[in-house]
Every structure is written in C-alpha cells, then in structure tokens.
Design a protein around this ligand. Structure first.
Ligand code: WT7
Length: 651
C-alpha cells in the first residue's frame, strides 16, 4: 500500500491523463468526438433524435420554445413517463429482465422484473385514484430506500399526479414545510426504515409533521420494519399499503400528459432559509435523463448498474429511477449505510450482483479510502467496467484511489457535474472518447453551452470564474413551485441572459473544467446541499441564542463541515450541555444531515460597518488561514477574540 500510495502521488504530480482503452472505445456507444460537432450545429435536432427513441401518444409540434428564461420542450407532444419506463419494455424481450434489484440493509434481496414493476405500478396507480388523487394533485412521499418508493413515484407519473419526494433523513418540521408548500393531499410513508442497523421511526416523524398540514387527507403506510416499531394508525386517515394493494385492479390506463405537465417537485436548499421547490416537467426531463444516462454510462443491455444515491435526492430521481428505467436497464437500489454491517458492504454488493457500472459520491470514496483495503480485497470487483462520481468536487487523490483500487486501472471514471435544478448531467466525460484528468469534470455534454465568466459576465479563456450556462437544455427546471419571481431572481439575474449555477470553476489551457464549489451561502456537506441560512434560522429559533453565523469549513472527508458561530442571549451560560442541546435543536428543525460539527460561542459576531456578518472572515478563522482584509470591520477586537477562542476548538 505505501508503494501504491507513492505511485498515486507521483501520477498526480505528473498531471497524468487517462485515455479510454481501445477495447472500451471500440465497444462504446459514442466512439468519436463528432457528436460534439453534430450537437453544436443544432442542439434542437440533437435532442429531438433522443425524444424520437421514446414513446409519444402525439408528436411535438416544435422541439423548443425559448423565451428566456422560460423554456418549453417538445411543445404539443403528449407522453407518459411511466409508460416509457415500463410498458415500452414489457412488449419486448426485456419483459422478464430485472428492472430493479433491491438489497435491504439486513441482507434481503428482492428482484422486480419489468413485468413485476408493471403489475405493482398499475395496482398502486389504481390505489391512488381510489383515494381520490387526480391529475395535477401533489403527493408527498417520505419513504426509505425500498421498492415501494420507485413504485409510488411511477404510479404518480402514471396518473399525472406530481410527486414530492422528501428524503427520509429530514425531520418532521422539514416534512411539514414541504407538504404545505406543495399543498399535497396525500402522504406515502412507512412504519420505519433501517439505517446502520437501527430503525428510523418514519411514521412517528410523519405523525408529528401532520399536526400542522391542513391539506393532507390520507396517509398510506408501508410496513417495512413490522414489530420493531409500533405505529399508531389514525382512523379514517391512515391506511396500510398492503391492505390497499390486495384488491387493487391490475391495470390502470396511463394518463396522456402534455410534454410540459409537471412530473415532480423536489425541494432543495438555496441562499435563503426557505427551501425551493424545483419544478420538473414531463417530456424534456425524460428525454434529458434518457439521453445522458445512455451516453454517459454507456449503457448496454446486460449491464447491472448501481447508483448509491438515495432516491430522496435528485441523483436518485434521475439516475436510480427515471434514466435507467427509460433505457430498460437494470438498476440496483441499496437500502442502507456503506459500513453496515462492516466496511466491505459496497464491495460485497458489487460482487453479489456482478455490478458493471457503479456511480457514487466522492465522500463515500474518501471514506473507503480511509478504511483501507483489507475488506476491499475480500471481494471480486472484476465485473466493473465503468465508474462514476457525483455531488461534489473529487480531489485527484480520491480519483486516483478510485481508479486504481476499485477500477483496477481498467475502468474510465465519469465525474459528472449537475444540480437539482439542471435535472440531468451537464458536464461530464464521455467514457469512450474523453481523455481524463483526475479531478476534472472535463467538458460540457454535447449540446450544452457552458462557460466560465468574470464578475461582468465576460467569458474567461483560461482561469477561474463563475460557472454559467448559456443555452436551454431539456431537463432544466421550469420554475420554483409557487414562486416564479424567485426563479428569475435566483438563476437569471446575476448575469444577463445566462443561467447562473452558483458554482465557480476553473478552465485550464486545454479547456478542461475544474469545478471548485459554491460561491454562494450554500454548503456541500458529504454531497448534501445545506444552506447556511437554514442552519442559522434553526439556531436562532432556540431560546438561548441571540445570533448565529454558519459557515462550511473545508473537510478532508466530507468536503465541508458545518461550523456555527453563536452569540447567546444576556445571562445565558455557555456550557457543553447547551452545546449538545443546540446541535440537537438543529437536528430537530432540519434533520441529522444539518447537525453542526462544531459550535463556537462568541460574545459578538464580526460585522461590517453596515451590519453584515462577515462570513468570509469566519471561514478564514475556522480554517486557520491568515486573515484577509478586515478594514470594513466594525469592531476588530471581535475577530481577535474569536481567533483566540477557536484555538480551543468548540466553545
Ligand atoms: C451542487 C448541486 C447533482 C446531483 C447531486 C447534487 C455540486 C455536483 C459535482 C461535481 C463538483 C459538484 C455543485 C453543484 N456538484 N456535482 N461532479 N463536481 N461539484 O445536487 O444537491 O442540487 O447540488 O453540487 O456545487 O452546484 P445538488
């Protein structure tokens, strides 16, 4: 291992590049670079060619209707997403192919063929209708990673009811606000889920959330953990999934949806305290994830594809459910944690099912890197042929480790950049074509006009600047649910006529893009997007707290960790009990993913003369850097005190 480590460091220093092997290239879907030219010549014709591979009840009149910043794709076309993800395949030899391979945390396996999925989705679609859900009604889904989750999503899509999936790690309060913002009439949840061997009490959280959700009429509850968690079922409101499914009719006609009808809403953190409901529609979204899944993962009929993301995030929507199923691929879902029951779990799953294409986050890669290769070497990973990375910048060390230890130097790595808002991958290598540089997401996907610009929106030839997108793409968000003004302000106001991503990036002399992270007040903690403002609001919600300023501190494992500088109200004593209480308070308000890693008590926060908290300065203090310009600071003494204090870590 030390020798290997040395070699890895050497390769990074040499700035070595990695080209696909001849064998990979010769068998790849995309084998040469002409696709970039073709897409650039006419992006509309390019996207249209993929839309034509899908099933439409009625063909579109126009590919694109672009009135900046509003796009409509495949205008006038009618289709159904569940038909495309399921019915299309049951009339083909794929009928008995595994659509979803599910591995429970306890080690159970369940395999749903396309026919099985067809049956379950049809039945559940009828259950939804029976509960009075109609086209356009929003349905909130709060489930663990179990097959009922994609079944529920596809059933919603079948009857035209937009789903709103809430990650199972979010708190009751987060669930309440997402239900209320989307005005959902139905909630689908489970008695509980497994995480690291223990039970997460989802129904209990849901009950708490539902004390303040006037629009909810019914709750459908999946039995997952059974006797391990006692649940109370409210009469007239709560119904068991298995009871409803018992007598559900086996076929439900798919709703013929307009290409621009809503497919789903997914909430994500922005720069304010209130999460945004990102709106995705039907035809464009499906075409976008269908095309990118096919080309980026170079998918073949016999592949076993595994994306480790939770379906509660956009990665799961686009690349566990819709992209793979639209392609008739086999998609694997794993319910649990990467180190349960031991740190070999991911690799045991790769071996057990013969996974060929594997897509995960840099945080997971860095964890496995730290855990060493004892467990890794127990498993046969020779089925792997392609690796992917998503969610945060991957550092060259982690890239090389992934390439050498998991891919055994055989597998290209696709480092894919995108966002909840983009719906689909926008910057990525094409595995049979692109020469890779470890740590770079390389180039825009064909047909996508990405640029790096300066403060004034002027294109930068080489160097660092803001990452923007200059043309529309099919899976782009259409708006923010219920807040069309915020859509324009958040994405289309920073630079005229460009979509602002919120990221900064570097373009090197060969045109490779290196994503550097967020420029706004959004943190990326272990691949999860968390707003500093949200954590701040949660802290000041506590009766002891006067003010709070939250920053993301660079973290070797998680990318960023959450550090909160907090001042207390008159007369409140800072001690470790209060510290724990405040952390717990954030968990209660948002969820465990937002728990601050450290809280620093301070008499005052550093502010500019106009009263703005100087977060940059706090970041410098937390990361132990030489402090930048502090001339605008109102009271320089505050900084000095903070610096002295931070030497003692927490408190
Ligand atoms: C933010 C979007 C896209 C699915 C998961 C996250 C960061 C995403 C990469 C990458 C560097 C990345 C960006 C982006 N990000 N992928 N390959 N390299 N950074 O979705 O929660 O909407 O977060 O994640 O900062 O803006 P999200």
């Amino acid at each position: 291992m030390p020798e290997e480590q040395e070699r890895i460091e050497y390769l990074i220093k040499q700035k070595k590049t990695f080209s696909p092997s001849k064998g990979f290239r010769d068998n790849a879907i995309v084998r040469d670079e002409s696709i970039y030219k073709r897409a650039k010549r006419s992006p509309e014709a390019f996207w249209e060619s993929f839309a034509k591979e899908l099933h439409w009840y009625r063909k579109w009149k126009r590919v694109l209707d672009w009135k900046l910043p509003h796009s409509k794709w495949f205008v006038g076309g009618k289709m159904n997403v569940s038909y495309n993800c399921i019915d299309r395949h049951i009339d083909s030899p794929r009928r008995n192919k595994a659509a979803i391979i599910w591995e429970g945390e306890l080690g159970e396996t369940s395999i749903l063929t396309y026919w099985d999925l067809y049956r379950e989705v049809n039945k559940f679609a009828n259950v939804l209708k029976d509960l009075g859900i109609e086209k356009g009604d929003r349905v909130t889904i709060y489930l663990p990673m179990i097959p009922e989750l994609p079944i529920a999503m596809l059933a919603c899509a079948r009857i035209g009811a937009p789903h709103n999936v809430v990650f199972g790690g979010f708190s009751a309060e987060s669930l309440t606000s997402r239900i209320n913002d989307s005005k959902s009439t139905l909630l689908i949840t489970a008695d509980g889920g497994y995480r690291k061997g223990s039970v997460v009490a989802l129904k209990k959280n849901a009950d708490e959330a539902l004390t303040d959700t006037p629009t909810i009429r019914n709750v459908v509850v999946v039995k997952r953990v059974g006797d391990k968690e006692s649940v109370s079922m409210k009469k007239g409101r709560d119904l068991w999934w298995h009871d409803l499914m018992k007598y559900a009719p086996p076929y439900c006609d798919p709703e013929k949806m307009d290409s621009e009808d809503l497919l789903y809403i997914l909430y994500t953190s922005g720069t304010t305290g209130k999460p945004k409901g990102i709106v995705h529609t039907t035809g464009g979204f499906l075409t976008g994830v269908y095309a990118t899944f096919k080309l980026v993962f170079d998918i073949r009929e016999e592949d076993t594809y595994w994306c480790t993301a939770d379906i509660g995030w956009v990665t799961g929507h686009s690349y566990v459910v819709y992209g793979p199923l639209a392609n008739g691929a086999t998609t694997l879902m794993y319910e649990g944690a990467p180190k349960y029951p031991d740190i070999g779990r991911f690799w045991s799953i790769v071996e057990k099912y013969g996974v060929t294409v594997f897509y995960t986050a840099p945080t997971a890669i860095r964890s496995y890197m730290r855990w060493g290769d004892e467990y890794l070497n127990k498993y046969n990973l020779s089925t792997l042929r392609l690796l992917g990375s998503v969610g945060e910048p991957i550092n060259p060390e982690a890239w090389m480790w992934y390439y050498v230890n998991i891919g055994k130097k055989r597998c290209p790595i696709v480092d894919t950049w995108w966002q909840t808002e983009t719906g689909m991958i926008l910057i990525t290598p094409l595995p049979g074509v692109t020469k890779l540089k470890p740590g770079s997401a390389t180039f825009p996907f064909p047909g996508i006009d990405v640029d790096v610009v300066d403060e004034n929106g002027k294109s930068i030839k080489e160097g660092t600047g803001y990452l923007v997108i200059k043309n529309p793409w099919p899976a782009m968000l259409r708006t923010i649910y219920g807040d069309p003004k915020r859509y324009v302000e958040e994405y289309w106001s920073r630079f005229p006529n460009m979509y602002f991503t919120g990221d900064w990036a570097n373009k090197d002399k060969d045109g490779y893009l290196w994503i550097l992270g967020r420029v706004d007040d959004v943190m990326n903690v272990a691949g999860h997007r968390i707003s500093t403002m949200e954590v701040e609001s949660a802290l000041v919600d506590h009766h002891s707290v006067a003010e709070a300023a939250v920053i993301g501190k660079s973290d070797e494992l998680k990318g960023q960790s959450i550090v909160a500088f907090t001042s207390l109200k008159e007369g409140i004593k800072s001690d470790s009990k209060l510290l724990d209480e405040l952390k717990q308070h954030v968990v209660k308000k948002i969820g465990a993913i937002a728990r601050p890693d450290s809280i620093i008590f301070t008499v005052e926060l550093p502010k500019t003369r106009s009263g703005k908290i100087m977060r940059r300065l706090l970041r410098d203090i937390a990361e132990g850097r030489v402090l930048g310009d502090t001339t605008t600071l109102a009271d320089p003494e505050v900084v000095k005190q903070l610096k002295d204090k931070y030497g003692h870590k927490e408190m």
